[in-house]
Write a protein that binds this ligand. Structure first.
Ligand code: S3P
Length: 449
């Protein structure tokens, strides 16, 4: 049997069928992953609200950043084509976004909606309506509406101000010190962005450190921002002045994670993933895979516009089960689905706890990963805040579903590399949210052209 990766289009959905020889598949070569999604959103947003031009190289051309770009274009921000090598954003200056003529649509992107809300709410006397796709309209927005309301924002949403579509009447906001109940970069960034236009110091304290791309980029754009890593706090002082900058976006470690696990679980594999962002608030997946005794080495470490970057080499090795919990989880929150796939091929029982946040991602990633991997034959149990995965059970082909979640679609495709018989992933088009060329890259790394 020869290997195959096929895409079948039945618009609006796509099915990905993957089948590999029973003696396995080996992944070799070099791969460059698309730009970091979190940094891409922030570069577009800060570029839009700064004064002067921002130039962005390496922007992720996925659906999520496209949603961000479209929202800010609708508010008077001029952008060069996103496909350009250097995307140019003509910033309108803080507080100068125009009232859009129509509803702003954040698509599938929680980062777009939540971060943008902090900016919109602080535009006095302007009215905005914001929505998203079916997944986003079911995700909790009260986590940002509540603190923004404490700052004086006026926001209305469905189900008791919890869900989008949302209506916003911009106001002059007051600074606050907000103690977030969850470690969430979206909450933290939303409030810091709202704080830019206040008169005074706005602080966000979180229970453990979430990704700090906003803090780094705000500083680069000229904001007065102080971070206290010991107390997991960030303070921005308003009114701020932001000046357009040059941003070079590193490759997304969340996308690299699929190749790291693919290389680790397939015998004979040896891959180099180039130009990956290794910001310490994002490298929980490297720590977890190393705890599992994966063979991963860092090559050519460097710094690119305020973010650490390296090439990551992964070679196949035997994996051991681990217990993951606590502060590590926010540092690998988007990589838990692919880590669950690695755990299937590890010796022993892996537990992942303190990850209840996964239930409010693009889908309920705990329930969906448990059910979809179980349908391939994995022994996996759902916990209220995580997963238990018993390694060493062989997988066999089945029909599975992405539940329209990009990371679920790609995690299932990587599981298929070690599955006997064909795996059919329904609604596989979801991958384009963060990795439009995923299936073509997978085919190339497997030697399929
Ligand atoms: C993101 C933060 C995380 C992450 C998401 C991107 C960001 O969400 O899951 O994919 O860019 O700030 P939370 O902040 O809700 O944990």
């Amino acid at each position: 049997m020869t290997a195959r990766i096929e895409l079948t289009d039945a618009a609006p959905h796509q099915t990905m069928t993957l089948e590999f020889p029973s003696d396995g598949v080996t992944l070799t070569g070099r791969v460059r992953v698309p730009g970091d999604k979190s940094i891409s959103h922030r570069a577009l947003m800060l570029g839009a609200i700064a004064s002067g031009e921002t130039r962005i190289q390496g922007l992720l051309l996925g659906e999520d950043p496209r949603s961000t770009a479209a929202c800010f274009q609708a508010m008077g921000v001029t952008l060069s084509p996103l496909e350009d090598e250097w995307v140019r954003v003509q910033g309108v200056g803080l507080g100068n976004l125009q009232e859009p003529a129509d509803v702003l649509n954040a698509g599938n992107s929680g980062t777009t909606l939540r971060l943008m809300l902090g900016i919109l709410a602080s535009h006095p006397d302007r009215y905005f309506a914001v929505t998203g796709d079916g997944s986003l309209r079911s995700r909790p927005m009260d986590r940002v509406i509540k603190p923004l309301t404490q700052m004086g924002a006026e926001i209305w949403g469905r189900q008791g101000n919890r869900l989008a579509p949302l209506a916003v009447r911009g106001q002059a906001l007051q600074p606050i010190h907000y103690h977030s109940p969850v470690a969430s970069a979206q909450i933290k960034s939303c409030i810091l962005l709202a704080g830019l236009m206040t008169d005074g110091a706005t602080t966000v304290t979180e229970p453990s450190l979430s990704r700090d791309h906003s803090e780094r980029m705000l500083r680069a754009f000229g904001a007065d921002i102080v971070v206290d890593a010991d107390t997991c706090s960030a303070t921005v002082r308003g009114p701020a002045t932001l000046t357009g900058q040059t941003v070079v976006v590193p490759g997304d470690i969340s996308s690299a994670a699929f190749w790291l696990v693919a290389g680790a679980i397939t015998p004979g594999s040896d891959l180099v993933v180039e130009n990956v962002g290794i910001n310490p608030t994002r490298t929980g997946i490297l720590d977890a895979l190393r705890m599992m005794e994966a063979d991963i080495t860092l090559e050519n470490p460097r710094e690119v516009t305020g973010e650490p970057v390296a090439d990551l080499r992964v070679r196949h090795s035997r994996l051991r089960a681990v217990s993951l919990s606590g502060d590590l989880i926010p540092r690998m929150i988007d990589e838990v689905p692919i880590l669950a796939v690695a755990a299937i091929f590890a010796e022993g029982t892996t537990t992942i706890a303190d990850a209840a946040e996964l239930r409010v991602k693009e889908c309920d990633r705990i329930a969906v990963m448990a059910s979809q991997l179980a349908s391939l034959g994995a022994r996996i149990e759902e916990l209220s805040d995580g997963l238990t995965i018993h390694g060493g059970t062989p997988l066999s082909g089945s029909i599975v579903d992405s539940y329209t979640d990009h990371r679920v679609a790609m995690s299932l495709a990587i599981a298929a590399l070690r599955t006997k018989g064909p795996v059919q992933i329904q609604r596989a088009e979801a991958a384009a949210v963060s990795y439009p060329s995923f299936s073509a890259t997978l085919a190339r790394l497997c030697g399929l052209g």
